[in-house]
Design a protein. Structure first.
Length: 584
């Protein structure tokens, strides 16, 4: 299988990155300079408001829109009476040693400005709630099982989230400074979501100060590999109080490579500590790298055959980063020199244009229909022109298996998050239902966003959740239609004509009304003049007013403007329109 990464920066306002496997678009990322991107950034914020009813704090972190900090995202060190000084704790974090050298050995002479950092903590590298598994447990020998084969209850470790937390109004007060990281972009009127659990990914490791122990990504499933990686991390003697997690990209790395990545993260953390001490909130402490560096850091692996970049400056940045963290793979980075646009050569522009279409055709017939709402994403599987030489049950099974793979792909491409409800074609056999569930689970394994899939419901629905980090691709590219205000539909000419007559009757009975002018869309005006002519004439005769109707193609389909004048030509105030219509 040929796997390529294509980086298109030919337009200064936009960066596009595509992951192509055997000519098929599997992942797509887009970032524009006009859009705010705070995910992964670290700030010293100031608490400006507390909401005990929802156990959340609103934090001013210096970007103009307050962030949302829920009690579940507050690390236990803030629970101490008298407050919590992050800078004081960070000093303690460097009290240990690393590889025989103390933190002081990372002197200012070899400090460098951070150039890469967290994207979204690799999703699988977050600390778990106590009792949710042992994916990131300390690197110790397996605990002996107690009677009945059960593991003894684990002690509460530093950095682990306690079962019972004090109310947020007892943790913070207005004006408190707090070190936060943006973990999710704000959508619509909502501000970004914040967390005090700081995480900074390197190429192979993730630094998590609040974790206080070493661990391995849950996506690395081989027990022998997990034990080896934990042992290697302990041999590197990370500073006391700082946690490190091995990312999936680090599972084949040796001790030297992991050590180099740890040293880089420690230098980066020291820069953050220094800035934290010398600044007053609200202010930024650390900013994430651009999308090119993030994508290479988080996605590039040995199975990527080549990286093509069509911009000289972007090529140089990517080359510098690869030389720093992956010098063996620099030769896979290539400057795209052809005059033919990069994405056009790979025939991606048409496929990208189809990403936001509502209906997605399947290769052997049938389709899936994707509808995104404020509350959830609904996906419906349709048989359409699908043909299969077998029973109806077998046909439904084959179509659902294809749809499961395409659904996972579309969720990645469109970056859809939140609750997703999949309505597959009904199947009677339990084995078929389980196989479709398994196919969907297998297909989302490559997704970097965290997903959770439930079993098929009695109604044949498969419900799932997908981690939402940023607004979907659709929200990033499109804006609400000014005609329908994002509803996706407008009133018919008949409906608008009925509404016009209703408004006309109200205006005609206004005291002193003598002349009423109505301006509507051209199609509505035609309907009124042809099918409502007698009704309009009757209104004029009964109320002794003059009615004039003007139509224009430039008006929105729902445009309705009513002007009411008295016998002296003075405008009468008439504001009796129902909500939802378009004004002048």
């Amino acid at each position: 299988m040929k796997k390529e990464m294509l980086i298109n920066v030919s337009q200064p306002e936009e960066c596009r990155i595509a992951i192509v496997e055997d000519g098929i678009l599997e992942e797509f990322y887009l970032e524009r300079t006009s859009q705010d991107n705070y995910v992964g950034n670290i700030y010293k914020g100031v608490v400006v408001n507390l909401e005990p009813s929802i156990q959340a704090a609103f934090v001013d972190f210096g970007v103009g829109k307050n962030g949302f900090l829920h009690i579940s995202d507050v690390e236990p060190q803030y629970f101490r009476q008298g407050g919590y000084d992050p800078a004081e704790q960070l000093d303690d974090d460097f009290g240990g040693s690393y590889g025989g050298a103390s933190a002081a050995d990372f002197s200012d002479d070899d400090e460098e400005e951070p150039s890469n950092s967290a994207d979204d903590d690799d999703d699988d590298d977050e600390p778990q709630e106590d009792g949710e598994g042992d994916d990131e447990a300390p690197a110790k020998a397996p605990a002996a099982r107690g009677r009945g084969g059960r593991r003894p209850q684990r002690r509460q470790r530093p950095g682990m989230r306690p079962r019972v937390k004090p109310p947020i109004q007892e943790i913070f007060k207005r004006g408190d400074e707090v070190l936060v990281q943006v973990i999710k972009e704000g959508i619509g009127s909502k501000g970004p979501t914040l967390s005090t659990y700081i995480s900074i990914p390197g190429r192979y490791l993730v630094l998590m100060p609040a974790l206080g122990r070493v661990g391995v990504s849950r996506k690395i499933e081989d027990d022998q590999v997990r034990r080896r990686l934990r042992s290697t991390l302990l041999e590197l003697s990370p500073p006391k109080g700082l946690g490190f997690i091995v990312r999936t990209a680090g599972q084949e790395r040796n001790k030297k490579e992991l050590s180099r990545d740890m040293a880089y993260l420690l230098r980066l953390w020291k820069v953050i500590v220094r800035r934290l001490k010398n600044t007053t909130g609200p202010c930024d402490i650390y900013e994430e790298s651009d999308m090119i560096i993030r994508t290479i850091r988080d996605i590039f692996s040995s199975d990527v055959d080549s990286i093509y970049v069509d911009s000289e400056s972007a090529y140089e940045r990517a080359k510098e980063f690869l030389q720093l963290v992956m010098p063996r793979h620099v030769n896979r980075l290539k400057k795209y020199e052809s005059r033919d646009p990069l994405f056009h050569k790979y025939r991606l522009d048409e496929e990208i244009a189809r990403i936001n279409q509502r209906e997605v055709p399947l290769r052997r017939g049938g389709s899936i229909v994707i509808d995104q709402t404020e509350a959830l994403v609904a996906i419906d599987v349709n048989s359409g022109n699908f043909r299969y030489d077998g029973t109806a049950e077998e046909a439904a099974y084959q179509l659902n298996m294809m749809a499961a793979k395409e659904i996972a792909r579309q969720l990645r491409l469109r970056d859809l998050g939140g609750v997703v409800v999949n309505d597959f074609i009904d199947m009677r056999r339990e084995k078929h239902r389980r196989n479709v569930e398994r196919a969907l689970r297998d297909s989302v394994k490559r997704d970097r966003a965290r997903t959770k899939i439930l079993k098929t419901s009695p109604f044949g629905l498969i419900e799932m959740t997908r981690q939402r980090i940023r607004p979907s691709l659709k929200r990033s590219v499109f804006k609400d239609c000014p005609c329908c205000k994002g509803r996706g539909v407008v009133k018919s000419a008949e409906s608008m004509a009925i509404e016009v007559v209703r408004m006309l009757l109200a205006a005609a009975h206004h005291d002193g009304a003598s002349h009423v002018t109505i301006r509507v869309n051209d199609e509505v005006a035609t309907y009124l003049n042809n099918k409502k002519r007698r009704e309009l004439a009757q209104i004029e005769e009964d109320t002794n007013i003059v009615v004039q109707i003007y139509g224009s193609e430039s008006y929105y389909p729902e445009h309705l403007e009513v002007e009411c004048l008295d016998s002296d030509g003075r405008r009468l105030h008439f504001d009796d329109r129902p909500a939802g219509g378009s004004g002048r």
